[in-house]
Design a binder for this molecule. Structure first.
Ligand code: FCB
Length: 463
């Protein structure tokens, strides 16, 4: 008996040591969210003159007056907080010249915006010439103001006819989206060099097909897989069409990345949960583009498929960054994991409820990891904060610029920063309460006035 206890004691001891050893190894491999002494010792280098310095917007959120899958969704009672809709938003569609002047006033030299597919092709195969002309004119105005246009083809919202056929999961989606991209390349290509085919495909898939709180409101992992593959095929078709229209086009995807860390560095299951989520959320789409192979694992459904047209389809890595989370495995909870914000200052994405924190060091680590994985130039295609009082935005911009400068000093080629966003706008299901704008929107008069942080943005512009 005594012998048995001793043996068991030994086994337990070995297991504990092994456990701690694995955790220690993982801790060394995954640095904490802070700059190392060596990184801090490197002086941040000023942003070079050609660095793209701009704001980012999306058509559905800013323009007003759209008719698409989102407007149909917004009409459902309870879909959008306080029953708000995108009907007017910031009326950008009728105020483009005014908004270009706002960009100039804060020293921007670039502008990322999306062109609204549902406006440009309201019925399948029928182009809306007036809408193409309006975007063409926006590009002309930007060029005249010395502002480099960066065009996103799909920022979540779909034409109704595409949504009715099954949206991004429909077998015909890649071809239809490719045709739209070809038209965009033909019409805008001569004056646009930088293209983003998709905004945050991971968010589109997750919100629309995994938790189902966004259109098309499906909550079925089995349907998420065709959506994921459809977005990849759509990207490949769009990239090929853009290159055919304009061989000089530079193409990327705007990826939503979060820094996901284990809540406790001593709990192996927290490491597993953080590692699984990190691969699922941050890298599965970009890895598929790099490898030409779509791989995704969801509870009860697995995808592993080779896809044509992905390898070599991107020239840069677009990085949208908002949050860092601490992750804990929680077998009792519906999602099996629980995510909590870290200890830093919180963003007020829900207006009153803080949903996450945004440490600049996390942006630094994500840029470094993306560079290590893909060896592509990086543009920070979004970074920003919901900040009604206007007190957090300035420090956030300073922190993010410092992260970029330190990354550049460490050899990561970061070529631009796009602050989300120019003017307060329709923040999807959260309506108008989260205020992300460098300009504050008066929703009655639609007047725009500089918000807290606009001065910092202007001061830090590369000169
Ligand atoms: C990003 C979206 C953008 C906006 C910001 C706050 O994830 O790309 O449309 O909603 O969040």
């Amino acid at each position: 008996m005594k012998k048995l206890l001793r043996v068991l004691g030994w086994i337990l001891g070995v297991l504990v040591v092994a456990w701690l050893g694995v955790c220690a190894y993982l801790s060394v491999r995954h640095p904490r969210v802070s700059f190392t002494a060596a990184e801090l010792a490197m002086p941040p280098v000023p942003l070079p003159k050609g660095f793209l310095w701009g704001t980012a917007t999306s058509s559905h959120q800013l323009e007003g007056g759209n008719t698409n899958d989102w407007t149909r969704f917004e009409a459902q009672p309870g879909a959008i907080e306080r029953g708000e809709t995108s009907a007017v938003s910031a009326d950008h569609w009728n105020r483009m010249a005014e908004d270009v002047a706002l960009m100039k006033a804060i020293q921007a030299n670039a502008y990322r915006f999306s062109i609204e597919w549902s406006r440009l092709e309201p019925r399948e195969g029928a182009w809306n010439e007036e809408a193409w002309a309006r975007y063409g004119d926006l590009v002309r105005q930007l060029r005249e103001a010395g502002i480099t246009p960066v065009v996103t083809l799909l920022h979540f919202s779909l034409p109704l006819w595409m949504a009715d056929r099954g949206g991004v999961a429909a077998p015909e989606f890649p071809a239809r989206f490719g045709r739209f991209a070809a038209e965009a390349g033909k019409r805008l290509g001569p004056r646009v060099d930088l293209w983003i085919t998709l905004n945050e495909p991971n968010v589109q898939m997750y919100m629309g097909y995994v938790i189902g709180t966004w259109p098309p409101q499906r909550k079925a992992p089995r349907e998420a897989l065709p959506a994921f593959a459809g977005l990849l095929r759509g990207h490949a078709a769009a990239a090929a069409a853009l290159r055919a229209a304009d061989p000089g086009a530079r193409i990327g995807v705007a990826n939503n990345l979060m820094l996901l860390e284990p809540r406790s560095r001593l709990v192996l299951t927290d490491w597993l949960a953080a590692g699984f989520l990190d691969q699922f959320w941050n890298w599965s789409f970009a890895d598929a583009v790099r490898d030409g192979r779509a791989r995704l694992r969801l509870p009860g459904a697995t995808l592993d498929e080779r896809l044509d047209g992905l390898v070599g389809s991107v020239d840069f890595f677009g990085l949208n960054y908002y949050f860092r989370y601490l992750v804990r495995m929680a077998p009792g909870s519906p999602e099996m994991v629980v995510m909590t914000p870290g200890p830093g200052p919180r963003s007020e994405l829900g207006g009153t409820s803080p949903v996450g924190d945004s440490p600049p060091e996390a942006l630094f680590l994500l840029m470094r990891e993306a560079w290590k994985r893909y060896r592509l130039p990086i543009y920070v295609t979004e970074g920003g904060i919901a900040d009604d009082q206007g007190t957090m935005r300035g420090p956030l911009i300073r922190g993010q610029v410092e992260a970029i400068q330190r990354a550049r000093a460490a050899g990561v080629p970061v070529g631009g920063y796009f602050h989300w966003t120019l003017v307060d706008n329709f923040e999807w299901e959260k309506g108008y309460r989260p205020r992300f704008g460098l300009y504050r929107l008066d929703r009655q008069t639609l007047a725009r006035t500089p918000a807290g942080g606009a001065d910092v943005f202007a001061d830090l512009a590369p000169r």
